[in-house]
Design a protein around this ligand. Structure first.
Ligand code: DGL
Length: 277
């Protein structure tokens, strides 16, 4: 690792996303691992990632990983499906000893619960075009006979970044993306972007208006947190103190915007700094 300081159990965990979407993962980490100190990095100055070329996302991910390691992170959570698909292999290759957890659309849990055998997958264009997603989709379809219907949600992460969780524009966008999936028989919807759990209740309203039966929504934030806890244990890096962990945040966007997202979405008040990368 490029970090010269020895890594210890009390060091923080670095969590990052293209913007505020990763807060939907961070909330599970805060609940499940309350003694761990956390660093949150929102790359809002470069968001959204969803329509960007792969090499841009790889370069951003490596720059952010380097920054978080300079802040003495002991582990990294890539709390972004798009960055995980594009660049987690590059992070692991550059930092082979670093515990790294990524986020992927929950196709497996969806295949396990669907009764209609039709699953809608809401994600960014980049995630849905990735080899990682398509090979998992093919493999699981062959093994389970489940049909996965990918739906790129262009513009949706932007609406969440703007704090428009329930405005008419966001409802219209979601109606356009979700209704056809329900009409094609999906009884399970995968939230394949960490921004989307913040519009889950709007999605539920659309389901209520459209669907004949119950629809399960899959969010992987909890599973990612379990995987993080397992990895920390395997590396003997879990925090041993019993005081509440600290939280610091960095953004390439506007610090006040990230502060207010923390308050509105998680009721947390971390110190937020403008990041120099
Ligand atoms: N939150 C990100 C994800 O999980 C991507 C949103 C974006 O920047 O396009 O895919």
């Amino acid at each position: 690792m490029s970090n010269a300081t020895p890594i210890g159990n009390e060091n923080p965990i670095g969590v990052f996303d293209s913007g505020i979407g990763g807060l939907s993962v961070l909330r599970h980490i805060c609940q499940t691992l309350p003694h761990e100190s956390l660093l949150y990095f929102a790359d809002s100055g470069f968001a959204p990632y969803g329509g960007k070329p792969e090499e841009v996302i790889v370069a951003r991910t490596l720059a952010i990983a380097e920054f978080l390691l300079k802040q003495h992170a002991k582990a990294l959570v890539v709390a972004c499906n798009t960055a995980t698909a594009a660049s987690i292999a590059a992070v692991r290759a550059r930092y082979p000893e670093l515990p790294v957890v990524g986020v992927e659309p929950g196709l497996k849990p969806a295949a396990a619960v669907t009764k209609s055998k039709v699953v809608g997958v809401l994600a960014t264009e980049r995630t849905l075009a990735s080899n990682k997603f398509n090979s998992l989709r093919q493999q699981l379809s062959a093994a389970t006979q489940v049909t996965f219907l990918p739906q790129a949600c262009v513009g949706l992460a932007d609406q969440v970044e703007k704090g428009e969780l329930q405005t008419p524009a966001t409802i219209a966008l979601l109606q356009r993306y979700v209704t056809p999936l329900l009409q094609e028989g999906a009884d399970t919807l995968v939230l394949g972007c960490t921004h989307y759990p913040f519009v889950q209740s709007t999605i539920e309203q659309i389901i209520e208006q459209t669907s004949g039966g119950p629809v399960t929504i899959i969010d992987t934030g909890e599973a990612v947190t379990r995987q993080l806890a397992r990895l920390l244990q395997q590396h003997a890096l879990q925090c041993e103190g019993n005081q509440a962990g600290t939280l610091r945040a960095f953004t390439t966007g506007e610090a006040p915007a990230l502060s207010s997202a923390f308050v509105t979405l998680l009721n947390l008040h971390p110190e937020v700094q403008k990041a120099p990368v």
